[in-house]
Ligand binder design. Structure first.
Ligand code: NAD
Length: 247
């Protein structure tokens, strides 16, 4: 479905991001994954190359909020491949702190990685996508961007912002044949969720009609669709992948 497409996936070293990278590779794409540091990027690439030595996968670890570092990365990739088909803005962190204990530093940190990084990466990649006349940007939102959540207000705030960025950029960039969509996963079986206390997860599980939390691969399948030509008339939408969770 992605034969010869070039895709960049931020937060591609583990969890949902790693599942997207693997899925894209299995569908014929060349993939550049980004992580926060060299060691995790190297580990992810080794895991993938051990699975299949033919995978064309490389890694970077820029500060995603630093325009110069991000610009350098996209320049490198464009010079190497002559195009960039897909950008997945997936890197993210969550929060569970109550409002009165929520520090400005914690708020700034989550807004930086969850929102500003998507803004910077989109801004820089669009320069290339406009020139080539096509592109697909896919943001990782969350079900909490639809329902909110009872603690850690910075997290749902950042994901509501991502939905706004998605819908707005779809309208701004449609005339360049650049599609912008988001995927809103429900509770998904990754480190992000493993780090949450069980008393936080169990009540969530009870609100899911499908009766279980999702697997990263199930979320990645929707990123595959949105990155592919099957989604050529899909833009400005936020697709829920949450087992119909009711919060
Ligand atoms: P994870 O913690 O397993 O992976 C997070 C990824 O983001 C890692 O690759 C990490 O390197 C990267 N990252 C974190 N901080 C970074 C930084 N400062 N700079 C660069 N990269 C950084 O998390 P996950 O569950 O796979 O989450 C991936 C995305 O899915 C996030 O945007 C998250 O908000 C979203 N999401 C997750 C769930 C869930 O239940 N797991 C639900 C809804 C949405």
């Amino acid at each position: 479905m992605l034969k010869n497409k070039v895709a960049i996936v931020t937060g591609g070293t583990r969890g949902i991001g790693l599942a997207i990278v693997r899925n894209y590779l299995n569908n014929g794409a060349k993939v550049i994954l980004c992580g926060s540091k060299q060691s995790t990027v190297d580990t992810a690439i080794n895991i993938l190359r051990n699975e299949n030595s033919l995978y064309e996968v490389y890694g970077y670890y820029p500060d995603l909020c630093n325009e110069e570092e991000v610009k350098d990365m996209f320049n490198d990739i464009y010079t190497k491949y002559g195009k960039i088909d897909i950008l997945v803005n997936n890197a993210g962190i969550s929060a569970t702190t109550d409002l009165v204990d929520y520090t400005i530093e914690e708020y700034d940190k989550i807004m930086d990685i969850n929102v500003k990084a998507a803004f910077v990466c989109s801004k820089e990649v669009v320069k290339f996508m406009k020139e080539q006349g096509y592109g697909s940007i896919i943001n990782t939102s969350s079900m909490v961007s639809i329902y909110g959540q009872p603690r850690g207000v910075g997290y749902p705030t950042s994901k509501y912002a991502i939905n706004g960025m998605t819908k707005s950029l779809a309208r701004e960039l449609g005339k360049y044949n650049i599609r912008v969509n988001a995927v809103a996963p429900g509770v998904t079986n990754t480190d992000m969720v493993a780090n949450l206390p069980e008393q936080y997860i169990e009540p969530l599980r009870k609100t899911i009609p499908l009766g279980r939390i999702g697997e990263p691969e199930e979320v990645a399948n929707v990123f595959l669709f949105l990155g592919s030509d099957l989604a050529s008339y899909v833009t400005g939408t936020v697709i829920s992948v949450d087992g119909a969770a009711i919060n």
